[in-house]
Design a protein around this ligand. Structure first.
Ligand SMILES: [Zn+2]
Length: 248
């Protein structure tokens, strides 16, 4: 039993360390109505818009990455790419030592305007800067360990416990990661000269998407986080302070 408690304690401790401050989402901001129809561009038009916005966002994301991680070179040199897909999706990955930001065709066709492109690019870059891929792996591993120990301790199949615990560990923290990426994304998009609050209005459209729902917090919570972060930035700018991304 002692080892079970230790495993759970490790899980609980590591779960409580987001790197960046996520403001209280009690800003009272409510999502804009979803009435605005999504654009219906060709993939070529959407791709042109993506790369036009990326010209401004990528250098800002790259310097934020260097500043926040203390690393340079390929590690912060974002590669932007497009892939096929019927359901709107964008994600961050890492290959050959470089961070990759991918938009799929459905996303490019339906994205509303350049603020949305900028915010989503910035959000995905935020995942990389905050090290979410690695941290999620750690959480999944710890969850699997705790699950295996608990189920084995109860006389069950450790593999079943490991699978369950891993799924729980990976999922439980992904919602925090989304909010953290939203905070970073708000700073990056604002620095690049875009309106992150308008960009985050896409949450109203994606709120009903089951593929995103599984790992993403409710759209209203994410939108409120962006609104609260944008207010902080505006207040600092009004005082002549250069906004810095708030670390824990
Ligand atoms: Zn995300």
């Amino acid at each position: 039993m002692r080892i079970l408690i230790s495993a759970l304690a490790v899980l609980a401790i590591t779960a409580c360390e987001p790197t960046y401050v996520v403001p209280s989402s009690a800003s009272g901001a409510s999502l804009p109505a979803t009435a605005a129809p999504a654009a219906n561009r060709t993939v070529a038009q959407g791709t042109a818009l993506l790369f036009q916005v990326a010209q401004r966002v990528e250098p800002i994301a790259e310097s934020a990455c260097q500043q926040e991680t203390g690393r340079g070179g390929d590690f912060c040199d974002f590669h932007i790419q497009v892939e096929a897909g019927d359901q709107p999706n964008a994600y961050q990955s890492y290959a050959n030592g470089r961070p990759i930001l991918t938009f799929n065709h459905a996303m490019l066709r339906t994205i509303r305007n350049e603020n949305e492109v900028a915010f989503i690019l910035s959000h995905e870059a935020g995942h990389h800067i905050a090290g979410h891929l690695q941290r999620k792996q750690q959480q999944t591993g710890l969850g699997a360990l705790a699950g295996a120990l608990i189920v084995a301790g109860l006389g069950g199949d450790p593999q079943a416990g490991s699978d369950l615990g891993g799924a729980f560990g990976g999922r439980a923290y992904s919602q925090n990661f989304e909010l953290e990426a939203d905070v970073l994304g708000t700073y990056i998009a604002e620095r690049a000269g875009y309106d992150p609050v308008d960009g985050a209005a896409s949450f109203a459209r994606f709120a009903g998407s089951s593929s995103l729902l599984a790992t993403h917090p409710p759209g209203t919570q994410r939108y409120s986080t962006v609104v609260a972060t944008a207010r902080l930035i505006a207040a600092q700018r009004a005082q002549g302070i250069t906004p810095t991304i708030p670390r824990n």
